[in-house]
Design a binder for this molecule. Structure first.
Ligand SMILES: NC(=O)CC[C@H](N)C(=O)O
Length: 363
């Protein structure tokens, strides 16, 4: 079935449909990873987005039972140059096509993804719609221009109730804004006693759980769409060690008085170089974000930049000068991508142990 991706600027890309045949709207973004499509399709941070893969052949090792980052695909749609027709891997359970069909996610292949990616780089992320090939792109573009980007994604992907993965180590409250399994996996590896709570849990209720540390997860959309969570983090600062990842990093920054802004086309891929300003070392990181902490908003706050992106100089890591709290904009849990930064979970463990011994610092 011939299908079409229409963008709000009136551009139309025609290709062959795969996965489901439903029509969807989404913010069109691109990811540069050569592999890791199953992890990114199930990464809840992509909720509400139509993802274009810049690498031209996708699906070549199929879908397996162990690479999901959440229970189901989160993306609204998938755009690729070519879907592998005969995927092969010893763990393969399904093809990408079968899996997307099962979860009602539409895809289009045969699109000039290089042209599409270049367009997004030039104009920034654009609203798009997957429709049938015979739809009039001008009319579809008109409807897209007045379509408000969704702002309820976090409530859609966060856990509805609290649950626990017990362990003998420190108690960590993981605030779930759409947490990837990889974060939980890193906690379990270190034998943390993890309590996973919904995103709107108050600081008071979090403190009642007697946490040794609070981990703020990744998540979809604009961090300012959850003002209640910013308030929660503000109340937690100084009372308990905090580690923020991606959306969690942005919420930590907002709670500390800094500002976040939308980027033109964001960072999405598995080979983003980052410099650690303290050690002078570089790491290759997995990234997926469309917002960033605004540099100039840091003046007057107690935040210090610890990491920067090599490609564009944006902030990739922060720590608090008075309180035990730090964060990174990238993904130390990888999944997909390199695991160069898993030591940040050890740094979180050290911070919790020190805080337990020495107590709250004087603010
Ligand atoms: N992976 C994430 O947590 C993304 C954070 C936020 N939704 C952004 O796009 O910037």
């Amino acid at each position: 079935m011939r299908r079409q991706l229409v963008l709000e600027n009136g551009a139309s890309f025609i290709g062959e449909g795969f996965g489901s045949s439903s029509e969807v709207n989404g913010e069109v973004v691109f990811n540069t990873g050569m592999t890791g499509y199953q992890e990114l399709i199930t990464d809840p941070s992509y909720c509400g987005q139509i993802v274009t893969m810049a690498y031209p052949l996708i699906g070549n090792y199929g879908i397996n039972r162990s690479d999901n980052e959440s229970a189901r695909p989160s993306i609204s749609g998938l755009i690729v140059k070519e879907v592998a027709k005969q995927p092969s891997h010893w763990q393969k359970d399904k093809t990408l096509n079968e899996w997307l069909e099962e979860y009602d996610v539409p895809g289009i292949e045969g699109i000039d993804t290089r042209r599409l990616t270049k367009m997004i780089r030039e104009y920034g992320t654009l609203r798009g719609r997957i429709v049938s090939a015979d739809a009039d792109p001008k009319r579809v573009a008109e409807t897209l221009k007045v379509w408000p980007l969704p702002s309820d994604q976090i409530s859609r992907v966060s856990t509805k109730s609290t649950y626990v993965t017990p362990g003998p180590g420190p108690r960590v409250v993981l605030v779930d804004f759409g947490a990837k399994q990889g974060i939980l996996r890193e906690c379990i590896k270190r034998r943390f006693d993890v309590v996973i709570v919904p995103y709107q849990t108050t600081a008071e209720d979090i403190m009642k759980l007697n946490p040794d540390g609070v981990l703020l997860s990744n998540g979809p959309g604009d961090p300012k769409s959850v003002p209640e969570a910013i308030e929660t983090v503000r109340h937690l600062l100084g009372k308990v060690p905090i580690f923020g990842i991606c959306l969690g990093h942005q919420l930590f920054a907002l709670a500390s008085g800094a500002n976040t802004v939308k980027m033109r086309f964001g960072h999405r891929g598995v080979n983003h170089p980052v410099k650690n300003l303290k050690s002078g070392k570089f790491v290759i990181t997995s990234q997926n974000h469309g917002f960033t902490v605004e540099k100039k908003s840091l003046s007057g706050t107690d935040l210090e930049i610890t990491h920067v992106a090599i490609n564009d100089g944006t902030i990739e890591g922060l720590h608090h000068l008075k309180y035990p709290a730090f964060s990174v904009q990238y993904h130390p849990e990888a999944s997909p991508g390199p695991d160069d930064s898993q030591d940040l979970f050890d740094a979180f463990l050290n911070m919790m142990e020190t805080f337990k011994k020495e107590g709250a610092p004087l603010a």
